[in-house]
Design a protein around this ligand. Structure first.
Ligand SMILES: [Zn+2]
Ligand SMILES: [Zn+2]
Length: 360
């Protein structure tokens, strides 16, 4: 009689009994909270054999006080309530006891109904995440081997990358000497040019000309448009589950109309820079730009920054040539043949200019 509980759905109640099947005698649809033991054979409930009922099978739990997932006694594997401190079966303390695993929750759109969850399918398919007694006894051996394999591969990959970085950045000291000089001075320039642009007319710059206006879509507005709700079932691990409703606001896009302006405006835009170059036969100088500070018509140019580079040409480590940018004083005072210390990469044989120092 008791092994087929009569469905008693209670509208308004939010907590319901999970169902479970007895794995000893095969009795189905026992109640997770009411039947801690199988009423048919006396076998203990295994939390990993719990599943969600269909809507018509739901049995509400009145005035349920949730005290956490069930605790599993380490000594005798009995199932105890979340608030218990000692095992009701053998009296062992329950501190540090494992808790019953929770079955993955499920979700349905509002208005749709829940079917009875297929326990067999869940047990055969993905390895049940539930930390129940049966699952805990069979799982660890396989999974720990897999984790170790990936851990070892990970360590090897990290070691290889680390070794490669170390080899590529390792350097040894070498000597070099000056064989020549280069310098380059650059003046960056901008030129005043007519630029075509389009903005919302409210934001058009004051110096715009050749303006044409058009009425069109200037933006998009999000308008709240109803809700989409779902019903969610969450296993609480104590033989019950709670049912919650969650809703999200929907939005629809609506065009915002306004006046857009297409116009011309004069703007300073990048132009080709003026460059002067040389060696040490002439003193470095700035290139001539013919820029006038009082010119504001189309085609006028202005400065937008200066740049200067001083380069020592050197030979080192088997008379291989290389170049390093240095500061002006070092460039100016370094005579031909002056010797330097410089670091050289052991693998790529590259000279590291930041390590360049006059030999003392
Ligand atoms: Zn049974
Ligand atoms: Zn016990």
């Amino acid at each position: 009689m008791e092994n087929q509980p009569a469905p008693r759905p209670q509208s308004g109640a939010k907590t319901y009994e999970m169902l479970w099947d007895c794995k000893f005698c095969g009795t189905k649809k026992l109640l997770g909270k009411t039947h801690r033991f199988c009423p048919n054979c006396g076998g203990q409930q295994d939390p990993s054999w719990r599943y969600f009922p269909s809507d018509s099978e739901k049995v509400a739990v009145q005035d349920h006080i949730y005290v956490g997932a069930d605790k599993i006694c380490k000594a005798c594997s009995s199932l105890n309530g979340g608030a218990a401190e000692f095992c009701g079966n053998c009296g062992a303390p329950l501190s540090g006891a494992a808790t019953a695993g929770q079955v993955a929750g499920r979700t349905k759109a509002e208005g749709e109904s829940f079917e009875t969850e297929n326990l067999q399918q869940r047990q055969q398919g993905t390895q049940v995440p539930a930390l129940g007694i049966a699952a805990a006894a069979t799982k660890p051996a396989q999974s720990s081997g897999g984790i170790n394999k990936w851990l070892i591969i990970g360590v090897i990959v990290v070691a290889l990358i680390g070794g490669a970085i170390f080899a590529l950045t390792r350097t040894v000291k070498a000597s070099a000497y000056v064989t020549g000089y280069k310098w380059e001075r650059t003046i960056n320039l901008q030129s005043l040019q007519p630029v075509h642009d389009k903005t919302n007319c409210d934001r058009m710059p004051g110096d715009a000309y050749s303006v044409s206006r058009s009425y069109e879509q200037v933006d998009t507005r999000q308008i709240p448009d109803g809700q989409t709700c779902t019903t969610n079932q969450i296993d609480q691990g104590d033989g019950t589950f709670r049912e919650e409703r969650s809703c999200e606001t929907n939005y629809r896009s609506e065009p915002v109309m306004g006046y857009m302006c297409t116009y011309m405006v004069n703007r300073w835009v990048g132009a080709s820079p003026a460059v002067a170059r040389g060696d040490k036969t002439n003193a470095p100088y700035w290139p001539d730009t013919n820029v006038s500070t009082s010119c504001f018509t189309i085609g006028c140019k202005r400065e937008s920054g200066r740049d200067e580079d001083y380069i020592l040409m050197l030979k080192g480590d088997g008379d291989r040539p290389f170049e390093c940018e240095v500061n002006y004083d070092l460039w100016q005072e370094s005579k031909l043949e002056r010797s330097f210390d410089v670091e050289v990469g052991t693998v790529l044989k590259n000279f590291v200019c930041s390590s360049l120092k006059p030999t003392t």
